[in-house]
Design a binder for this molecule. Structure first.
Ligand code: DCP
Ligand code: MG
Length: 436
């Protein structure tokens, strides 16, 4: 017999990557249902402006002056008392809709007037950004107590690396996903959906498979069955333009994309995008879950109920402009940032957009300074046309105290309507009356 042999020390094999994507269900609408639980199960759409006070309560006090309605009474407001979509006129669009409303075919980015035709009985409520932010922070901190590697992807979604978290490998991540879902519901009262997959790319698609309040587990071997039948547009990174071009070549699904030679894709879509299309169609994505990202800019913008004119609507426009500057300053101060580049964005009645910006000597988070610089930017654009949208942005951000390092990450913006068109920068450089 040979003596006992000590096996050579080999490091344990790394666990297979399990990445989760979590997305809150009908987020802005769900936040409203916390305040008004009597609306659960009903079609509710969010859109048409920002909450200033509690509008419903104010109307209630007017209608029933003899009763003493207080904030605690919100959940007792009769359903009949809420504003309906029926008869809506204006240009608002839907920010989001509850699942019962979606059954009528209404959803994100649809005009409220069109939605009113499809579902006139839907209840229309404004967004409460403060509450949305509060719940957003709450659900993210709930996750961090359970799984420390989390990437913030915006107000209602995150990636979480399950790989090394206890329970993160059990049933492919289902056990941990269930725990997180339950904990978020206990903390916030809102449901979410989670996809767990070998990487971010597939996890992002998977979180949509079982919405609302669902969990989907995707294994590498599910590529053919679960991913290839999906339209190319489901890939995060294939936008409407790329999709149109793919369709032009008869490529409608991810499977059809995977069937193309990488060389062909590179020839038609360029080296980098073509190669990327090939990789994603085969479900490959090595991007890590990045735990910290810093905003590069903060902005606020608003679309007017009616197009405004710089001279004729000077007072109104001036007030909105000042307010936007104050809001951006508020956002900066709330998060402890200051910025050096101050810019404006305008969209004219013909949907053409222009942007202008200026970089100043020292970083600022001061509303009056932002207002002054943004006002100078405004002098550099054509103000003879009617204006549909106005926005203010502060960029080149730093966190005072964390010396010099400029942030390199995402842009944080708040819009009272979904953004989308890309700004075009024309240099008209005309001098027009100052707005004040
Ligand atoms: N949102 C917005 N403008 C958009 C899209 C979304 O202001 N163009 C807001 C409203 C949503 C929230 O962001 O409530 C989250 O966006 P989602 O796309 O995740 O949509 P929901 O959470 O509302 O619905 P779902 O259940 O499909 O995730
Ligand atoms: Mg969501």
């Amino acid at each position: 017999m040979l003596g006992a042999v000590t096996p050579p020390a080999t490091p344990p094999a790394p666990l297979p990557r399990r990445i989760a994507h979590l997305d809150m269900d009908a987020f802005f609408a769900s936040v409203e249902l916390l305040r008004y639980p009597q609306l659960k199960g009903l079609p509710v759409v969010i859109g048409g402006g920002r909450r200033r006070e509690d509008d419903v309560l104010a109307r209630l006090r007017e209608a029933y002056p003899e009763r003493d309605w207080s904030d605690g009474d919100l959940s007792r407001i009769p359903v009949d008392f809420f504003p309906r979509l029926s008869g809506y006129t204006g240009r608002g669009v839907i920010t989001t809709a509850t699942y019962p409303a979606r059954q009528f075919g209404v959803g994100s980015a649809m005009g409220l007037m069109k939605a009113a035709k499809l579902c006139p009985q839907a209840i229309l409520l404004p967004v409460d950004f403060d509450e949305v932010r509060r719940i957003s922070r709450l659900f993210k901190s709930t996750i961090l107590e359970i799984a420390p590697v989390m990437e913030d992807r915006g107000v209602d979604e995150v990636y979480i690396d399950f790989t090394d978290v206890p329970g993160g490998q059990r049933e492919g991540g289902r056990v941990l996903a269930r725990l997180i879902q339950k904990s978020i519901f206990q903390a916030t009262g809102i449901t979410c959906s989670i996809g767990v997959a070998p990487n971010k790319l597939i996890a992002k698609m998977a979180s949509e498979f079982n919405k609302p309040n669902g969990i989907s587990i995707v294994w590498p071997e599910d590529l053919e069955d679960k991913i290839w039948p999906l339209p190319c547009r489901k890939v995060n990174g294939v936008g409407p333009k790329a999709d149109e071009k793919l369709q032009g070549y008869g490529i409608h699904t991810i499977g059809e994309l995977a069937a193309r030679e990488p060389g062909w894709l590179i020839e038609h879509f360029g080296k980098s995008y073509g190669h990327w299309l090939h990789e994603v169609s085969w479900g490959r994505d090595q991007r890590p879950v990045v735990t910290e990202s810093e905003p590069v800019s903060m902005s606020r913008e608003t679309t007017f109920e009616r197009d405004l004119h710089a001279v004729r609507d000077r007072a109104e426009l001036g007030a909105v402009f000042t307010r936007l500057c104050e809001q951006v300053a508020g956002d900066l101060n709330a998060k402890g940032y200051a910025g050096k580049t101050i810019g404006i964005k305008l969209r004219y009645d013909n949907f053409q957009s222009v942007t202008r910006d200026v970089t100043i000597e020292t970083h600022t988070a001061d509303a009056a300074t932002i207002r002054r610089q943004a006002g100078l930017c405004l002098k550099r654009v054509d103000l003879s046309r009617r204006i549909r949208l106005l926005g203010v942005r502060v960029g080149k951000l730093v966190k005072p105290g964390t010396e010099g390092e400029e942030a390199s990450g995402y842009s944080e913006s708040h819009s009272t309507r979904p953004p989308k068109d890309k700004a075009t920068d024309e240099h008209t450089d005309l001098l027009f009356p100052e707005l004040d």
